[in-house]
Design a binder for this molecule. Structure first.
Ligand SMILES: *Cc1c(COP(=O)(O)O)cnc(C)c1O
Length: 384
């Protein structure tokens, strides 16, 4: 079987984990800050806070920005449910901004129009969460300009996008956002088993994110609000959580980060090859913006109108090619329908979804496996 995504684990990755198991610290040791500093340095950002997964990083990002009951948070319907759930965890309301039919990312035009309406209704969002779908950066400069005009905060859901570049800078550098979030789930670009990270240039936000990650507790006497009772004292200043990453995970993540350039090179090569193999097929690949470089977490295609996606999908699955679909629009999920969302509200995301298939794309995919995928797809399209 050829999966749509999978991790690549080297002997060095294994050794890094084994070393932690032989060490004094399985969690709250030196591996976590080492991983954080390495990601921060690579992304050219001041602070990086590792947590147990990206879902938690998104939750903490909302909480640190003060998202609370009564607030609105907007994101893309073409994403994993976590991009929206994070706002609900904070008691806020969620709404969506439809996508661009060519990049499959949040449409800046739709965002701008929706903001104009929201201003009139006095229902402007507290935060907007653009999602760098498949690893391609959203139009962050334009989104940032709108955030200045309308006064909202920006969280980048960069779960797909470690290693991507936007206008010559690494995604995560925070030029156009308050916080950016990476995922290290095994299907993503690099993995720590489970894991996530929140990146920011704001010292206060970094402090709050760190504090919320670990119960809102501090052991730094300079920050105590009660008089210090003794050397054992710690004080809880906020209602935080336990969302820490272990040293076992961080060691794997750090080792994988060393391989990131190699991972990206191969993913970009495979993506280019798919483009060449599909030159004459009735399908549309994700349009790539000139000012960005995707990390190619996914290779999504959109079948030409009239073709039967389900048929093509089942045809490939039957031939042991485990294609996938990204994403079922979040607002059509049963839970979101109970919140009042209806199919038809975000037509571009729904139309894209109805014709979308994600093809296998991962570091260890070989050229000959890729050729098999392409020829199977070509047959699938003929029969659909
Ligand atoms: C994977 C993913 C998440 C959640 O990441 P976890 O690390 O699994 O919690 C959030 N948003 C998007 C867009 C994702 O693809």
């Amino acid at each position: 079987m050829i999966p749509y995504a999978r991790q690549s684990i080297s002997e060095a990755d294994i050794q890094a984990v084994v070393d932690v198991l032989h060490s004094d610290w399985l969690t709250q040791g030196p591996a976590v800050p080492r991983f954080e500093e390495a990601v921060a340095e690579r992304c050219n950002v001041s602070y990086a806070i590792a947590v147990c997964n990206a879902t938690s990083a998104l939750h903490l990002a909302c909480a640190a920005l003060g998202v609370a009951p009564g607030d609105w948070v907007w994101t893309s319907p073409n994403s994993f449910v976590a991009s929206a759930n994070c706002a609900l965890y904070c008691g806020a309301n969620v709404d969506f901004v439809d996508i661009d039919p060519f990049t499959f990312n949040m449409s800046v035009k739709a965002l701008s129009e929706k903001l104009e309406d929201a201003k009139r209704l006095e229902r402007l969002p507290k935060a907007v969460i653009p999602v760098h779908f498949a690893g391609q950066p959203c139009e962050m400069a334009a989104i940032h300009a709108l955030s200045q005009e309308y006064g909202f905060r920006v969280i980048e859901d960069a779960s797909h996008a470690i290693g991507a570049q936007y206008q010559g800078e690494p995604v995560g550098c925070g030029r156009y956002s308050d916080i950016a979030v990476f995922s290290f789930h095994p299907v993503k670009i690099i993995t720590s088993g489970e894991g996530g990270m929140a990146l920011t240039n704001d010292a206060q936000l970094a402090h709050t994110l760190r504090s919320l990650r670990s119960h809102g507790i501090t052991r730094n006497p300079a920050l105590f609000e009660n008089p210090q009772q003794g050397a054992w004292d710690y004080q809880q200043l906020l209602l935080g959580y336990n969302l820490r990453m272990t040293d076992i995970q961080a060691a794997l993540g750090y080792s994988q980060l060393q391989r990131l350039p190699e991972f990206l090179r191969r993913r970009r090569q495979l993506a280019k090859r798919y483009g060449e193999l599909f030159a004459n097929l009735p399908l549309q690949s994700q349009r790539q913006n000139d000012d960005s470089l995707s990390a190619w977490h996914l290779y999504p295609i959109r079948l030409a109108e009239g073709l039967d996606r389900k048929k093509a999908f089942d045809f490939m699955r039957k031939r042991e090619i485990a294609v996938n679909v990204h994403y079922i629009p979040i607002h059509t999920q049963p839970y979101y329908r109970k919140l009042g969302f209806m199919p038809g509200s975000f037509p571009q995301a729904e139309k894209y979804y109805s014709s979308a298939i994600s093809l296998p794309l991962y570091y260890e995919l070989t050229d000959s496996q890729q050729d098999m995928v392409a020829s199977c797809l070509s047959q699938a399209l003929e029969q659909s």
